[in-house]
Design a protein around this ligand. Sequence first.
Ligand SMILES: C[S@@+](CC[C@H](N)C(=O)[O-])C[C@H]1O[C@@H](n2cnc3c(N)ncnc32)[C@H](O)[C@@H]1O
Length: 379
Amino acid sequence: MDNSSAEAVNSNASSASLFDGGAPSYITADGEEFPVKYMIGRRFQTFKNSYAMPIDDKEAQREYFLHLAFKEFLNEQLYLAPVGDSKRIVDVGCGFGYFAEEIAQRQPDAEVIGIDMTPRDHQFVPDNLSYLQADIEASSSDGSMQPAWNHASIQQADLIFVREMTWAMVDPVRVIENAKRTLKPGGWIEFQQGTGTKYVDPGPDYPPYTDVALRWESLLEKTMAAICPHSDPRLASKLKSMLQQAGFANVTEQVIMVPIGDWPKKRRLRNAGVCIRETFLGIRDAFEVMVQHTGAVSIQDFTTLHEQFRAQLFDREVHMYAPYSIVFGQKPVEEEEIVGEEVNEDAVLKSEEHVKCEETAENGEDRETAAQVSGNGRG
Ligand SMILES: C[S@@+](CC[C@H](N)C(=O)[O-])C[C@H]1O[C@@H](n2cnc3c(N)ncnc32)[C@H](O)[C@@H]1O
């Protein structure tokens, strides 16, 4: 498949929504009704036409690998914002709840609330964790699901955590404004997000992205644009300025180049690489469904490109990286106080606890990682 076939995705998108035709199903142990439909053996939600990833056990597995990967490349920290003692932590778009559950266990004195529109059958729920089925983009007047942000249980939060939600958010500016209103003065918001390679120059210290990886990414981006036109592949790289514009203080961004695959020598990096590889492989089915729907690229071409990409992910000679962005900011204690205040990035990036897990491969070919992870967070 050449680049031109991927370019065609946008123009050939079917006018009927991929989300049409869902039927109410009982998918949780509590018997909650939620509209879903099955495509190529995977379960998708049809409640909202802005989220196209599956909501089944295989997706739970992918999200678990995602959770493990973030923990590995963040040196076991769950977040980097210097939050201090938290009384209330809100996980927005918590998915299957891996962050929510772990932070609740690590911080037993905190109250943790996981918000997601999709009902899930959570097997183990610590006493200090509760789940709220709510829509982070609904207002009280539109729709059948309760809007998330006015719910009493999440007000005055110390930390609002948002991980891997780029593809899900239709209006991130509004989400950020709502989050700011919900935070207590001095509270923090943190986004953690994989970011398209196109928007991060790997620089001379890293091997250039391979042509196959760039073509695969381009196909994903164009396919997602056809199905969920709101999704902004550049969102991760805009979050810092979005938080600043929304009036957050101490806004800090770290972009971490994470190795993909099992080629790194260091155990932690290899673990991260293997987990990230699983998350990359795990999105294939969702995109097959989307590609089938747009019809612009044949499934044969889609499969061929994916097989080429997959082969590179398992080739230890191909040292691939993916950029991940961590962005956090603080709601000012008093709005007036932040006027003219400098962003205190040094305090975060150069603290005594700073852990630099950077190394050069012994043969000098390329780096295993550039993860520079501050240790200020309490997560
Ligand atoms: C990729 S998953 C998030 C994974 C999770 N944050 C993690 O790091 O493991 C995206 C989640 O957002 C949820 N979601 C999408 N749109 C939403 C909305 N408008 N309101 C609430 N949840 C939403 C989906 O149900 C899905 O569980």
